[in-house]
Design a protein around this ligand. Structure first.
Ligand SMILES: Nc1nc2c(c(=O)[nH]1)N[C@H]1C(S)=C(S)[C@@H](COP(=O)(O)O)O[C@H]1N2
Ligand SMILES: [Mo]
Length: 304
């Protein structure tokens, strides 16, 4: 029998209207009772967090993009119950001094976690605010000893069609791949997350470890990572590979460059309510003060 999960108990639309009445406590309790096992985590507060109001746990874990579990927004919550995020190993290889297989605890020990409350802007023009728990990617890369010749870092998601039903279909060119330029990977805003709110990552959010790069469109923030490679060449990435005219390697949030099929000037904040208007999208998703200098001299309308 299929395991019950939150969406079996409370349809999302019901939840939203009921939440307004109940203040969330009861619906949240129902969600927890049927969720996949999660373990308590805490993180130190960070100066990099936004003070915008985070989305609820229910919103963050029931409106997802994770095509390995299906293309519908509620598919990842519904179809990720068989996925086993433990045991887990991340292979670090390429131009590093200490290549090898690392555990999640090696890379992101629980006592090193920081809370990073970040905006997430999907290329589809919706957004959320998510309180991640994680560690700077720079610390992980420094531990592995990235060599001077490395210009990019490439990432790969696990390939497990038995546990990830979407991988049985040629929706994308599996495994999902992403990449960053080395200065982007080393930037203090770039983290590897292992939790959200006060728990280990739910499967649908990329358990047990995923990238979060808050000034780029959400598709850069690759989930369930098993391989990190330091390389001297710009890596091949899944979405650019699918449609290079729609999804670039840099993919910095940019309201001035529209997607060929829709405007990127505004966004819809998930959970804002039916009467809320769209909000303006900010360059670099509002993180421009911290990251714009990385792109000095580049034409971001061409090198998107
Ligand atoms: N492996 C993998 N990583 C992925 C995706 C995916 O389909 N597969 N979707 C991306 C997209 S488009 C977005 S918007 C974010 C969504 O993260 P969230 O579901 O935790 O909010 O994950 C990104 N990481
Ligand atoms: Mo996305």
């Amino acid at each position: 029998m299929r395991k019950l999960n939150w969406s079996d108990v409370t349809p999302y639309s019901d939840y939203l209207s009921r939440r307004a009445v109940l203040g969330g406590g009861v619906a949240a309790g129902v969600a927890m009772a049927f969720a996949a096992p999660a373990f308590a985590l805490t993180g130190k507060a960070s100066k990099f967090s936004t003070d915008e109001k985070p989305n609820t746990f229910e919103q963050i874990t029931n409106y997802n993009n994770f095509y390995e579990f299906g293309t519908g927004k509620e598919d990842p919550a519904r179809n990720s119950g068989k996925f086993k995020p433990e045991p887990w190993a991340v292979q670090i290889d390429g131009l590093v001094d200490k290549p090898g297989s690392y555990s999640v605890a090696d890379l992101a020990p629980d006592n090193a976690l920081e809370e990073r409350i970040y905006r997430l802007r999907c290329v589809e023009a919706w957004s959320m605010v998510i309180p991640w728990l994680g560690v700077p990617l720079a610390g992980i890369l420094n531990k592995a000893g990235v060599q001077p010749g490395a210009k990019f870092i490439a990432f790969e998601t696990v390939m497990r069609p038995d546990e990830m039903p979407g991988q049985e279909y040629p929706i994308l060119d599996w495994p999902y791949r992403e990449g960053l330029r080395i200065d982007e990977a080393m930037h203090p805003l770039t983290i590897m997350a292992t939790g959200l709110y006060d728990k280990t990552l739910p499967n649908q959010n990329g358990a047990p470890i995923r990238l979060v790069v808050p000034w780029k469109y959400g598709f850069k923030s690759i989930k369930s990572i098993v391989r990190i490679t330091a390389t001297d060449k710009m890596p091949r990435t899944t979405w650019k590979n699918m449609a290079a005219n729609e999804y670039g390697f840099y993919a910095n949030v940019n309201p001035a460059v529209d997607h060929p099929r829709w405007s990127q000037a505004t966004e819809r904040r998930i959970g804002a309510g039916l009467l809320a208007g769209r909000e303006p999208t900010l360059p670099f998703n509002g993180y421009g003060d911290q990251v714009a200098s990385l792109y000095a001299g580049m034409d971001l309308a061409k090198d998107y």
